[in-house]
Write a protein that binds this ligand. Structure first.
Ligand code: KIV
Length: 272
């Protein structure tokens, strides 16, 4: 039987755990700027991820690798100024936490202090254990990310589904158990078979947030620009588009341009 949905005035990592135990699904979306983050927050999303997908959708890079710590702090600060309810998680960018745990701590402290965000997200399992330990010890809430981890795209060579093979699936489950043990408050599972994602979600106590991981997890995340239909060239099976914003923006800008050219804008009421 489904429980009555609790009204949270402010989402914390504890609220997410509570949602999982109450079987309430967690809604998470990315945002990178003040205006969009305010809209997303007011619409009731639980978690806002200032994702390193900013590298793709904000800056136009092919991968998430080029985005810098300073750029992530800029995006995160803009989001923090707009958000009243959602938990704000910020991606630690590539190269700011993998080499050693001291550097990971320095990077995460900069994000927390300079942006005012609530948590950080890191990609990987066993191989970044010392960094996660150090962050958790310092009191920084950490979210994991397993499966297709875009910061490792040059190792994978493709954005295809991960952990189809038994060995990789077993390692992923082990990593999820490890991340829970290390004190992570949740994990993003990206592009893995739905049966595996469900098994992981049933095995660990912390929430599993899926993207291309099927319905058997504790919540879902999408990149905002993808679900609003602004990124037409990106069409994976898991992406549901809720709006055709690409078309709407082109039409609006086209109308405006026509009005300016035809001297229809501004009119008598639109001048001083
Ligand atoms: O950077 C990002 O947007 C992400 C999501 C795809 C989960 O990590």
């Amino acid at each position: 039987m489904s429980q009555a949905k609790k009204n949270y005035s402010r989402i914390t990592t504890a609220s997410l755990l509570e949602m999982k135990s109450n079987k309430e699904k967690i809604a998470m979306l990315t945002a990178y700027d003040y205006t969009m983050a305010g809209l997303v927050d007011q619409a009731g999303v639980d978690v806002i991820l200032v994702g390193d997908s900013a590298s793709n959708v904000m800056a136009g890079h092919e991968t998430t690798l080029p985005v810098t710590l300073d750029q992530m702090i800029y995006h995160a600060s803009s989001v923090v100024r707009a958000v009243k309810r959602a938990l704000i998680v910020v991606d630690l960018p590539f190269g700011t936490y993998q080499s050693d745990s001291k550097e990971a701590l320095r990077s995460a402290i900069r994000i927390m202090k300079e942006s005012g965000a609530h948590a950080v997200k890191v990609e990987g399992g066993e191989q970044i254990k010392p960094s996660i330990e150090r962050l958790v010890e310092a009191g920084i809430p950490v979210m994991g990310h397993l499966g297709l981890t875009p910061q490792s795209i040059y190792k994978f060579g493709t954005y295809t589904v991960r952990a189809r093979e038994e060995q990789e699936a077993e390692q992923l489950l082990k990593d999820a158990i490890l991340l829970e043990k290390l004190g992570c408050f949740g994990i993003v599972l990206e592009k893995i078979p739905a049966t595996l994602a469900q098994k992981v979600a049933e095995t660990v106590r912390i929430p599993m947030i899926g993207i291309g991981a099927g319905p058997g997890v504790d919540g879902q995340v999408l990149v905002l620009h993808d679900m609003l239909g602004m990124t037409k060239e990106f069409s994976p099976r898991f992406l549901r588009r809720y709006l055709d914003l690409d078309r709407l923006i082109r039409e609006a800008v086209g109308e405006y341009t026509k009005d300016v050219k035809n001297k229809n804008f501004p009119n008598d009421q639109e001048k001083y």
